[in-house]
Write a protein that binds this ligand. Structure first.
Ligand code: VG1
Ligand code: CO
Length: 562
């Protein structure tokens, strides 16, 4: 190893957000921008931990992935790392990376992704550090990285480390340092086989007339889908769409929702398939659609939890240890936890808060409204796992193949009949001027701080009265490490359990994204099947009135409604 010390100066604003550092590619390409952040991670880890350690590295294949990998190899080698495991072609889905860290007992991982943000030369790039449990580094750790980025002055980098061919499995070696290209698809498939009854899913797929479609949105899951859905489970090739990873996601926005997955949504609305699924750029998000039916992500995690006994992994664990959701996610999961009589947790937005609960055996299944669902089989949310859960649940409800197919829609409808329904929607106002975004949040925070809202009544066009029961700024105290995370979202709660939540996104790369979340519980049988936007219209109007959002931002409509 030929090691050099390179002088550097801090870059401003290298603060990791909800899920790592995300910026425009042009930022990352500026001089030593990436180098600084990587060295800062290593500075936090320290030479004792790094010496001879194993790290897992890979990304979702977006533009700049390959260059970034070589930079990371060279810096890692110079900082004492003993071995790097990298996915074939430099690809690793976020969930596969988590699985590999755990299986190989690695010190941690560096994942290169901006998840669902568009890619390409003019798109976004991102980098995130995961710790040894396979999950995102906790806030205390990411704060330390940020502190290091503010004072960094030198980068240690090997001059002669470069892996010529990332498509070839195998090891490249230097004195005291190796890079091994691994088949992460195989490792991920091994894990999935311990979670699911693949034979049963295969039978469902083979059922006459049953059609399943999967859209990888040109993200990383394409390679996992080809192996698992096509080769192992027998799904027809033409039922897998956009399954070749592309540096710019073929010009698309790799976010599996009703706005950004139009191709799949259109086909599902036309009633062409029984099940339609999609995942995001890095493979941790999922969207599940039935024939002409959208499964709201908050409902998805609730239905999976309620049907845990269809899934061998949870049966083997002896049932559910506990359930958890992020604060803005609908309260549908709470109802499942209550009925199952298992512990329940409400954590801030972002997957890093679930890890401690899982590591202490208090949590089995968890989810976020943002199309994230997962369990303690790894420490990241997992798109393909969630899709396999739905296929397993479907297979479980369709053991008798002579009967008409029990559809996704009927499974969800029956769930609502049993538990009641949480009408739910999220409004996103993207790329708002940062100052205006802060102003909206300040307006609502000020109103909340005076508590003058409590007791205020609003009557909707449907004659239903809403009375504000409580207001606060969500704060979470981690029950395991006792760390406190403040300012995690402004909450207005009503007497009937309805909620309005205001949050600023922590994953955008430019300007501010304001998120408004609406959640309203309904138990009356005659109101279980209403239109969501109609059913929520009073809550939506209250939110817009109290925040003055339209006036302050000049935005009449959100960019995305989910
Ligand atoms: C968003 C979602 C959050 C999710 C995060 C990372 O964060 O709201 O639920 O965990 O993205 O998802 P924010 O701060 O923009 O609201 V992913 O698929 O980027 O790893
Ligand atoms: Co993602």
């Amino acid at each position: 190893l030929v090691i050099k010390q390179i002088e550097t100066k801090p870059f401003e604003g290298q603060k990791p957000g909800t899920s790592g550092l995300r910026k425009r590619v042009v930022e990352f390409e500026k001089g030593l921008y990436l180098h600084n952040f990587v060295q800062s991670i290593f500075n936090v880890l320290g030479s004792d931990k790094l010496k001879g350690s194993t790290l897992v590295v890979g990304g979702d294949g977006r533009y700049f992935n390959s260059q970034a990998l070589q930079i990371i190899f060279a810096i890692a080698a110079a900082n004492g790392v003993g071995k790097i495991l990298v996915g074939q072609d430099g690809l690793l889905s976020t969930p596969a990376l988590s699985a590999v860290v755990r299986a190989r007992k690695a010190l941690g991982a560096i994942i290169l992704t901006a998840s669902h943000n568009p890619g390409g030369k003019h798109g976004d790039f991102g980098i995130k550090y995961n710790v040894s449990n396979g999950g995102p580094a906790p806030e205390a750790f990411t704060n330390k990285i940020f502190d290091e980025t503010k004072k960094i002055s030198v980068i240690h980098m090997a001059d002669n480390v470069r892996v010529a061919d990332l498509s070839k499995l195998g090891t490249t070696e230097w004195t005291g340092f190796q890079v091994e290209v691994i088949d992460s698809v195989e490792e991920y498939w091994q894990l999935m086989q311990t979670v699911f009854d693949m034979k049963q899913i295969k039978e469902l797929v083979a059922r006459k007339g049953f059609v399943f479609n999967f859209d990888a949105m040109s993200g990383v899951t394409g390679v996992y889908a080809q192996r698992i859905f096509e080769k192992e489970l027998g799904v027809a090739k033409d039922c897998l769409i956009n399954c070749v990873p592309s540096e710019d996601f073929n010009g698309g926005h790799p976010d599996p929702n009703l706005t950004y997955a139009p191709e799949l949504v259109k086909k599902m609305n036309a009633g062409l398939f029984d099940v339609g699924c999609a995942s995001d750029g890095d493979g941790d998000r999922n969207m599940v659609l039935g024939k002409r039916f959208f499964v709201n992500p908050s409902d998805s995690v609730a239905v999976i939890a309620a049907n845990w006994d269809a899934i061998p992994y949870f049966r083997a664990a002896g049932g559910l240890k506990g359930l958890a959701r992020s604060m803005p996610t609908s309260a549908a999961l709470d109802l499942v936890a209550t009925r199952a009589m298992v512990p329940f947790f409400e954590v801030p937005t972002g997957w890093k808060f679930f890890g401690n609960l899982m590591d202490t055996d208090q949590l089995s299944i968890c989810g976020e409204e943002s199309f994230g669902t997962g369990s303690d089989h790894i420490r990241e949310k997992d798109g393909i796992w969630a899709i396999l859960c739905w296929l397993q649940i479907l297979a479980h409800h369709n053991k008798d193949t002579t009967k008409e197919l029990v559809s996704i829609e009927s499974i969800v409808h029956n769930h609502w009949r049993k538990y009641g329904r949480n009408y739910y929607s999220r409004y996103d106002y993207e790329e708002v001027d940062t100052k205006l975004g802060d102003e909206v949040m300040k307006q609502i925070a000020d109103t909340i701080a005076t508590k003058s809202l409590v007791g205020r009544k609003f009557t909707g066009s449907d004659g239903v009265e809403y009375e504000i029961a409580s207001v606060d700024d969500f704060e979470y105290k981690d029950p395991v490490d006792h760390s406190v995370s403040s300012h995690q979202g402004l909450r207005i709660r009503f007497k009937d359990g309805s909620r309005i939540i205001f949050r600023l996104s922590g994953t955008g790369s430019t300007g501010a994204t304001i998120r408004l979340y609406f959640d309203k519980y309904e138990q009356r049988e005659s109101h279980l099947f209403d239109d969501t936007q109609k059913h929520l219209s009073t809550l939506i109007n209250i939110a817009l009135e109290l925040s003055n959002l339209q006036k302050i931002t000049g935005r009449n409509e959100p960019n995305v409604i989910t």
